[in-house]
Ligand binder design. Sequence first.
Ligand SMILES: [Zn+2]
Ligand SMILES: [Zn+2]
Length: 172
Amino acid sequence: MAALRKDWDTYFMDIAFMVSTRSRCPRRHVGTVLVQGKKLLGTAYNGAPMGVQDCSEAGCMIVEEYEPAPAGTSAAAMVKKQRCIRTIHAEQNLLLFTDRVDREGSVVYVTDQPCWTCANMLANSGISEIVYYRPYPKDYDKVAALMEQRGLIFRKLEYYAPPPDTEVQDGS
Ligand SMILES: [Zn+2]
Ligand SMILES: [Zn+2]
């Protein structure tokens, strides 16, 4: 009996997770790939600009922001969140390292649901579809509304498990 063959979604998302292991930010490893037809046209992960000290060398660059508390809690509640702003997000690096002509009508696979800024940029980049795995609830509603308005396919990969040892354990 032949080994179970990976479907294309699994194949490209697995590559995105492999790419994410290149990230040197201990807080978040994000990987993304650009696919046109069944052809891989680019890969990127979150990281500091080339030649600049990254999180593993200089530490994360932490900012604290208040954001709305998760749904189900008091409407007025705000929670303080820390995030690292040293890195260029994976999706933005993907746009910096691919050509517009390659992006026209292509699909972006990304390990994490894009944040608002990345989604906004992707929406104007020529791509036609975004496939992600890990949710990012903070920006979900506005990103989903943007994708709907822009007519882009936006879907979470269900029934998927990342390859072993490709997810950050810390996650704080
Ligand atoms: Zn960092
Ligand atoms: Zn982003």
